[in-house]
Design a binder for this molecule. Structure first.
Ligand code: NAD
Length: 292
């Protein structure tokens, strides 16, 4: 039976710490941090994510601005919006919620964001700094996982970490951070992906598995070692007629069976997801401090 890595409680604690900082800032006559989000179109999951980011800002006393654009917006119009946000001195940071409609090149858009305002940490300048171990905006999901390991005092130094998925926003940065010097860090990392052969043989040797592929119940108990640490990044909406929303949120890990074998495990929901939002707010505070 494993210990649950409670991302919801930990994120609430981080938000409380940030909220106290904001209260102190306001008491000394300073303005609060200001985060903006750009949402293109009406994708249900994106609306949910952006909604909780805006609500979290309000809860801890940040200013927030939501910019909604039709999914027919042209790439040039979106780039114009980004240009305006880049030059807005009242704004510490902003994000462009992904995915973008197919007619827009995500890479062009993300590269147009001023690195100093790129609190998602997706710009090549920030990604490069992260890879070099320099202070920067670390992408919120990997940052949240590292913070969760840190706050639960899990020592991964010298351990074998297996990351499943090599996306630019989760898997690859995760592999860099886990192997970096620091605490937590110093792990020996294997980065696996869709072309990896004999994946289960590799995950069975892992002391820590970070799964970020987006396939429900992919990681089963027979794929992991006894007492491994299991981090489930996956979020998939699985249709379910019995649920009022018509779907259930499902992780990559077959939670019920894996929790019996793991030492620590993140639930879905309530694990990595809330940590992602907390670290976005943390990055916004960093941007604010640099900006003041
Ligand atoms: P992605 O689709 O960009 O990448 C998926 C990765 O999984 C790819 O690198 C691919 O090579 C790998 N993969 C696919 N099939 C595989 C297989 N059979 N074996 C091994 N590897 C395989 O996804 P992403 O953006 O990194 O997101 C992954 C999941 O994490 C999704 O469910 C997403 O919704 C979720 N996510 C959650 C958060 C959060 O805050 N919790 C944040 C970002 C993404």
């Amino acid at each position: 039976m494993s210990t649950i890595l409670d991302g919801k409680a930990t994120s609430n604690q981080i938000k409380e710490e940030l909220s106290q900082e904001v209260t102190a800032l306001k008491a000394s006559g300073k303005r609060p941090p200001h985060l903006a989000a750009v949402l293109v179109g009406n994708d249900g999951a994106s609306l949910t994510y952006v909604g909780s980011k805006v609500r979290s800002c309000e809860k801890i006393g940040y200013d927030s601005t939501l910019i909604r654009l039709e999914d027919t917006v042209t790439q040039d119009e979106l780039l114009e919006t980004i240009h305006t946000l880049n030059n807005d001195d009242t704004l510490d940071g902003f994000i462009v919620q992904l995915p973008l409609p197919k007619h827009i090149d995500e890479e062009v858009v993300l590269h147009a964001i001023n690195p100093d305002k790129d609190v998602d940490g997706f710009h090549p300048t920030n990604f490069g700094k992260m890879a070099l171990g320099m202070e920067t905006f670390i992408p919120a999901t990997p940052f949240g996982i590292m913070e969760l390991l840190h706050r639960y005092k899990l020592d991964i130094s010298g351990k074998h970490a297996v990351v499943i998925g090599r996306s630019h926003i989760v898997g690859r940065p995760m592999s860099i951070l886990l192997s970096d010097k620091g605490n937590p860090g110093n792990a020996t990392v294997t980065l696996t992906h869709s072309r990896t052969q004999n994946l289960a043989e590799i995950t069975k040797t892992a002391d820590i598995v970070v799964s970020a592929l987006g396939v429900p119940n992919f990681v089963t108990a027979d794929m992991i070692k006894q007492d491994a640490i299991i981090i489930d990044v996956g979020i998939t909406r699985v249709p379910d007629e019995n649920h009022p929303k018509g779907y259930v949120i499902t992780g990559d890990v077959a939670y019920d069976e894996v929790k019996e074998k793991a030492s620590f495990i993140t639930p879905v929901p309530g694990g990595v997801g809330p940590m992602t939002i907390a670290m976005l707010l943390q990055n916004t505070m960093l941007a604010y401090k640099r900006n003041s």
